[in-house]
Design a binder for this molecule. Structure first.
Ligand SMILES: [Zn+2]
Length: 442
């Protein structure tokens, strides 16, 4: 199998929704792949292995063919990490700010980026053994903070390899390894203990001996406009990849923390909006008890009244408040305030507000003419909760909508049949009623 086929096979494996790496697959699959001769890598100043520039994955065929499937799989995820963490774009930005010249040591930058990658992949329990990446055990950066940016590690590396003259060398050396250059965030140098201090030669040795694997190159963009466009494209790729990974249930948590701000959240629909929509429809009902059914103008034998179809008469809402001990005045007041708004908007119809615990303890009917109704609102009762008195009242009052404000812990059973549209406006207890429409008051 040639190098391209081997890469394609591993990309498919990464994309497998049964695996844990769908997110990385979504990033790596976007890249154009192209084999390059060794001289090309040498010209770019990178080892003839594999590298990404944000849009292309360049690789040495001989190198790819030297890797086991396991290593190739890991290499591709490593490259996807470079892209996701914005390394290619960040380098392009730094170069653009420095009039096209590299403002950093590429080898040091490479190690810094890989340290940022490793701390993420270690969190995801990726197998970093097998010499594919620089292990952290026993390295000068072993105790450095994890989950930091490449800039952060670059500053530490840069400061650590060039100890200022007269600085005591060895364990116990004073001073933080970095004076906190730009891009350093999170913990300050003091948190890193002695390991980053006075180890200049050790860091230099590690960097010199570091065998670069999947590297990143500056993204090929020339103008600020292109940079911004590339940034938007990256964000969009990350979001679509994250959504696929979330759907497959395998979004890496550590990555999600880094990119969560990019993922659009479904707008949270306020409970008032949900309740409002239902109430307005009910109070302006087309099927109204205000207009009797033409076929049964006096109701069915036995007194059951049939609502008229298409009637424009005002609807009525029964609003029942559970006043058991766990309910707060605040919850009740919030709900009643919303009913006032609904009455005011509709200008027609009525709201019957009852309080109940094991019986109906207060019962008032309001129309728009009674606004505001909040003033005489006070919770009575405070005993247990029984739904039976409320649904008995529904049978006789025949509202177009019944709203029950409750924590959802009645001492009697929940109704198994409803006689009108019923909304359970839930406070602190359950999140979903076993029947009717549930709206959580938050
Ligand atoms: Zn790398």
């Amino acid at each position: 199998m040639n190098a391209e086929d081997r890469i394609a096979k591993q990309v498919l494996k990464i994309l497998d929704p049964r695996g844990r790496h769908v997110f990385w697959g979504g990033i790596i699959v976007q890249l154009r792949r192209e084999p390059k001769p060794d001289e090309w890598f040498t010209e770019k100043g990178v080892n003839p292995t594999a590298c990404v520039d944000g849009v292309n994955l360049y690789y040495s065929e001989a190198y790819i063919n030297s890797l086991t499937d396991h290593k190739l799989f890991a290499l591709l995820i490593h490259e996807a990490c470079h892209i996701t963490l914005g390394h290619c774009l960040q380098m392009a930005r730094l170069v653009a700010q420095n009039n096209g010249q590299l403002p950093y040591d590429p080898m040091l930058r490479n190690v810094a980026e890989d340290l940022a990658i490793n701390s993420i992949l270690l969190k995801e329990d990726m197998d970093l053994s097998d010499g594919l990446w620089p292990g952290q055990k026993g390295k000068p950066w072993e105790n450095w903070a994890d989950m930091e940016s490449a800039d952060y590690y670059y500053n530490l590396l840069d400061a650590g390899r060039k100890p200022p003259p007269n600085t005591p060398v060895g364990p116990g050396g004073d001073g933080p390894p970095s004076s906190g250059g730009s891009g350093v965030s999170g913990s300050d140098g003091d948190d890193n203990g002695a390991s980053g201090q006075g180890q200049g030669s050790s860091i230099q040795d590690e960097v010199d001996n570091y065998t670069s694997l999947g590297q990143a190159l500056p993204q090929p963009v020339a103008t600020q406009e292109e940079l911004d466009k590339a940034q938007r494209q990256l964000e969009s790729d990350i979001v679509s990849s994250a959504l696929s990974a979330k759907a497959a249930g395998s979004m890496p948590g550590s990555v999600l923390n880094l990119i969560d701000h990019l993922i659009p959240k479904p707008p949270k629909v306020d409970w008032r909006t949900k309740l409002h929509g239902i109430c307005v429809n009910s109070i302006r009902t087309k099927r109204s008890y205000g207009k009797m059914n033409r076929r049964w103008p006096n109701g069915l034998p036995g007194g059951v009244i049939i609502p008229g179809k298409g009637g424009k008469g005002p609807g009525r809402i029964l609003f029942a408040t559970d006043t058991s001990g766990s309910m707060s005045d605040d919850d009740c007041n919030k709900a009643v305030a919303e009913l006032e708004n609904i009455l005011a908007i509709c200008g027609t119809g009525e709201v019957r507000i009852v309080q109940f615990d094991t019986t109906i303890t207060q019962d008032n009917v309001y129309t728009a003419a009674d606004l505001p109704i909040r003033e005489d609102w006070k919770l009575n009762g405070r005993g247990g909760t029984a739904f039976k008195p409320v649904f008995d009242l529904v049978s006789s009052y025949k509202p177009t909508l019944c709203i029950v404000l409750t924590d959802g812990y009645p001492c009697d059973p929940w109704p198994t049949k409803l006689q009108c549209r019923t909304v359970f406006l839930l406070t602190s207890g359950i999140k979903e009623a076993p029947i009717g429409t549930s709206i959580v008051l938050d």
